[in-house]
Design a protein around this ligand. Structure first.
Ligand code: NA7
Length: 480
C-alpha cells in the first residue's frame, strides 16, 4: 500500500469525527482501522441492557451533524450507534474503514519521517500522521478478586455484554456501583429472580431530567436554528454544573442538597438503606450518576444491596470476608475500564522511546493531544481531556480542528513535534490546578496508580477550546 497521509486508530466518535474532517477537506489519503467488527467504539462495545448516554442527546451530536431523529433526551446506546452509522454512510467513510483489524504496534521512522504501523495479519502500513482515537474507556477491567475464573455460572463484563446470558428467573450478582451499574441494575431488577448488588463504594446520584422526544420535537429538530439553539442551551446548562466541582462552594452545596433530597425521595425515607447508599466522599469526586431508577431499585423485594467486603469468588458465587456467601447463576462485572492501559498498542517514538514507558507514572500530553518525541502523533481524547459535567464531543471537535491545523503546517514540513519544555510547562500547570481539586479527594478512574490525575481537564470547556485554538505552532513546536 502506498504511504497514507493519516492513519486513524479506532472508529468511535473521535475517529469518525477525524475521518469526516479529512473527507470534508477533500483528502482521500486516510484509513480508519478498527479492531471490532463494527464501527461505534464505546457504543459498539457497551450493549448491556439500559445503556445510554449521560448527557442530553442534542449535545451528544456533532455541531456539523445535528440529529433530528433522537427518540429520548438521554439517548439509548442503539440510537447513538445508528447516528454513528448514518454519519459514516453520509460521509462515504466505508471505503476508508478497515474493520476487524487490530493494530499491533506503531513506530516512528526518523529517516522516512513516517509512522510504520503493524497490523494483525502481517500487513505494514506507512503513514505520515498517526491519530490514536482509542478512547480512555475501551479496555474492560475485570475485578482483581481471587477465584474469578472458578465461577461455574455465567460471567459477563458489562462492556462485553452477551445477550445469551440468561437473566430472567435467575439469581444475578452485579459487582460495581458506577455509571454503568446505575443503568444496568434497574433493567436487571425487572427480570432477575433475585439481584444482589455488591457495593464497595456508593455513588452520588442526581435526578435525570429525561423525557421522550415526540413528533413535535422531531419536527423542530429539523430546523437548523432550533437544533443549534438546543445544543447551545445544553452546552451552557452542562457547563454551569462545573461550578459544583469547586470544593466548599455554594454550588457544590446545592448539588449535595439536590442529591440528598433525591436519595430520600427515591428510598421513601428508609433511613437504614439511605445510610448504606450515601457516599462519604465529596460530590463530584467520582463521576456523578444521573438516574431516576437506580436508588429506587433497592426498594424492590428481589433486589439486595450487599456492602460486605468480597473475599473471593467460588464456583457457587461470592464469598464475603465475614464468612457469608451469595449463591449466583450469573455474575455481572460492571467494574469499569483499565484507563492506564487504554492505549494498548505499543507506540515507539524518537530514539526508540516507548510511549507506555514514558507514561509509567501516568499519561500526559499537550492538551491531551501531542507528546514530545512522538512527531506527527495525535491523540484524540488523550490524557486530561475528560470532564464530569459535559459532553466529550465538546473536546473532540477542537482536537479535530487542531489536527487539521497541524496537517496544514505539514504541507511545508515533514514532521512537527511539540517542544519538551512546552509540554512540561503545560503539564506542571495542569497538575498544580488539579492538586487539591475535588477529583483528588477519593479513589476514582481519573487517577493513575501513582496518584496523578491523568483524566480530568481542570477548567471549563471554553478554556480548553480557546487555548487549543490559540496554540502557536511556530513557537511551541519543532519542525523538520
Ligand atoms: P467505574 O466508574 O470505574 O465504576 C466501576 C465500579 O466497579 C465501581 O463502583 C468500583 O468500586 C467497582 N469495582 C471495581 N473493582 C472492584 C472490586 N475488585 N471489588 C468491588 N468493586 C469493584 O466504571 P463504569 O463502567 O461504571 O463507568 C465508567 C465511565 O463510563 C463513567 O465514568 C462514565 O463516564 C461512562 P470503587 O468505586 O472503585 O470502590
Amino acid at each position: 500500500m502506498a504511504r497514507l497521509g493519516v492513519l486513524i486508530l479506532g472508529a468511535g466518535m473521535s475517529g469518525l469525527a477525524m475521518a469526516i474532517a479529512l473527507q470534508r477537506a477533500g483528502r482521500s489519503d486516510f484509513l480508519v482501522v478498527e479492531k471490532s467488527t463494527g464501527l461505534g467504539g464505546t457504543w459498539w462495545d457497551n450493549r448491556y441492557p439500559g445503556a445510554h448516554v449521560d448527557v442530553p442527546a442534542p449535545l451528544y451530536s456533532f455541531s456539523f451533524a445535528p440529529n433530528p431523529r433522537w427518540q429520548r433526551r438521554f439517548a439509548a446506546a442503539p440510537e447513538i450507534l445508528a447516528y454513528q452509522q448514518a454519519l459514516a454512510e453520509r460521509h462515504g467513510l466505508k471505503q476508508h474503514l478497515r474493520l476487524d483489524t487490530a493494530v499491533l504496534s506503531a513506530a516512528w521512522d526518523e529517516a522516512a519521517a513516517c509512522w510504520r504501523v503493524q497490523l494483525e495479519g502481517g500487513e505494514l502500513i506507512e503513514a505520515t500522521c498517526f491519530v490514536c482515537s482509542t478512547g480512555p474507556l475501551s479496555v474492560p477491567r475485570w475485578p482483581a478478586i481471587e477465584g474469578l475464573d472458578s465461577f461455574a455460572g455465567a460471567r459477563v463484563h458489562s462492556a462485553r455484554w452477551d445477550s445469551s446470558v440468561p437473566i430472567a428467573g435467575h439469581r444475578v450478582g452485579v459487582i460495581g456501583t458506577g455509571s454503568t451499574a446505575s443503568q444496568l441494575v434497574p433493567e436487571l431488577a425487572k427480570a432477575a429472580a433475585h439481584l444482589t448488588v455488591f457495593q464497595r463504594t456508593p455513588c452520588w446520584v442526581l435526578p435525570r431530567f429525561d423525557r421522550r422526544y415526540g413528533a413535535l420535537d422531531r419536527l423542530l429538530f429539523h430546523l437548523p436554528g432550533w437544533n443549534r439553539a438546543a445544543r447551545a442551551f445544553w452546552a451552557a446548562t452542562s457547563e454551569s454544573f462545573r461550578r459544583g466541582f469547586e470544593p466548599g462552594s455554594g454550588a457544590q452545596q446545592r448539588l449535595l442538597a439536590l442529591a440528598r433530597g433525591h436519595l430520600k425521595r427515591q428510598l421513601r425515607g428508609d433511613a437504614a438503606l439511605m445510610d448504606r447508599l450515601r457516599p462519604a466522599y465529596p460530590i463530584g469526586c467520582k463521576r456523578i450518576v444521573f438516574s431516576n431508577d437506580y436508588w429506587r431499585s433497592f426498594t424492590k423485594p428481589n433486589v439486595q444491596l450487599e456492602t460486605g467486603a468480597i473475599e473471593r469468588i467460588t464456583p457457587a458465587g461470592v464469598r464475603l470476608a465475614d464468612g457469608r456467601g451469595h449463591t449466583l447463576d450469573v455474575l455481572v462485572c460492571a467494574t469499569g475500564f483499565n484507563v492506564e492501559q487504554s492505549l494498548a498498542v505499543p507506540i515507539t517514538g524518537r530514539h526508540g522511546v516507548a510511549l507506555q514507558a514514558l507514561w509509567r507514572e501516568g499519561a500526559f500530553a499537550h492538551f491531551g493531544t501531542t507528546v514530545a518525541g512522538f512527531p506527527n502523533l495525535f491523540l484524540m481524547l488523550g490524557p486530561n481531556t475528560a470532564t464530569g459535567h459535559t459532553s466529550t464531543l465538546l473536546f473532540i471537535e477542537p482536537q479535530v480542528q487542531f489536527v487539521m491545523r497541524a496537517l496544514h503546517e505539514l504541507r511545508q514540513h515533514r514532521w512537527l513535534d511539540v517542544k519538551a519544555e512546552v509540554l512540561e510547562g503545560f503539564n506542571t500547570e495542569l497538575q498544580r490546578r488539579l492538586a487539591g481539586s475535588v477529583w483528588m479527594q477519593c479513589s476514582n478512574w481519573y487517577r493513575a496508580a501513582s496518584g496523578r490525575n491523568v483524566a480530568i481537564w481542570p477548567g471549563y470547556t471554553r478554556e480548553y477550546r480557546t487555548r487549543l485554538a490559540a496554540v502557536d505552532f511556530g513557537r511551541e513546536f519543532s519542525f523538520g
